[in-house]
Design a protein around this ligand. Structure first.
Ligand SMILES: Cc1cc2nc3c(=O)[nH]c(=O)nc-3n(C[C@H](O)[C@H](O)[C@H](O)COP(=O)(O)O)c2cc1C
Length: 212
């Protein structure tokens, strides 16, 4: 067993610390973030920081790293005020990973990494044609975090484009069924399996499980 203090974390070799801190919180959703510039140049990058913030209104948060000159995504979100999140599936996670490469500003990762743009008539931001779960959002709040220079973008869902196979009868998205990938750190991709769906938990009531 390792017991590690914050001082020891600070003293870790940089790449070791990065690998540990990037993966310490466990499996995360992997999405492709689609944006477009004011002058119509599409952009795509893989993100693993999307989190649920509420169902009514339907809000999703996302953490964006401190900006570097070639980073287009946040610039585009700030100016066009639209973006998309698209699930990454087992059949194209390698292409999705490639979108994280530092392509020069203005270069389309859709084109470079082999993805098809998909558009709705009344929405400028590009969706990923290959994804079975496509989400169109408008940024409602953008929070610049003084602590480490990151930015939290909170978006409200405007459009959902869902393959029939992706939606279970009760509305739950069947991520296992459509092969949605999960990830840890910046390099590990997983295909999760369902253990079980459990009923709403109540104090003092043992959870009824189908498992022995
Ligand atoms: C698995 C994985 C997850 C990532 N998650 C995020 C993320 O949540 N937020 C972020 O800002 N960058 C994340 N990145 C890095 C971006 O994909 C990368 O910086 C990309 O070049 C940014 O695109 P842009 O320059 O078009 O804005 C991730 C990279 C990988 C490989």
């Amino acid at each position: 067993m390792k017991v590690i203090s914050s001082e020891q974390i600070a003293e870790m070799e940089k790449s070791y610390r990065t690998a540990m801190m990037n993966s310490i919180s466990g499996y995360k959703p992997i999405n492709l973030l689609g944006t477009i510039s004011d002058d119509g140049k599409p952009n795509l990058c893989v993100v693993s920081s999307v989190f649920h913030m509420g169902s009514n209104p339907p809000l999703l948060g996302m953490v964006i790293r401190p900006a570097r000159p070639h980073n287009d995504s946040l610039k585009n979100i700030r100016s066009v005020k639209q973006y998309t999140l698209n699930n990454v599936q087992e059949n194209f996670y390698v292409n999705a990973h490639q979108t994280s490469a530092s392509y020069p500003s203005g270069v389309s990762e859709f084109k470079e990494c082999g993805f098809n743009e998909y558009y709705l008539e009344d929405f400028k931001a590009p969706f990923v044609g290959e994804s079975s779960v496509k989400i169109g959002l408008i940024p409602e709040q953008i929070l610049d975090i003084d602590l480490n220079g990151t930015t939290i973008v909170i978006g409200k869902i405007q459009h959902l484009i869902l393959d029939d196979a992706a939606v279970l009868p009760d509305g739950t998205i069947d991520h296992v069924g459509v092969g949605t990938a999960a990830g840890t750190g910046l390099d590990s991709y997983f295909l999760p399996g369902l253990l079980e769906r459990l009923p709403y938990a109540k104090p003092g009531v043992p959870v009824k499980t189908g498992k022995v």
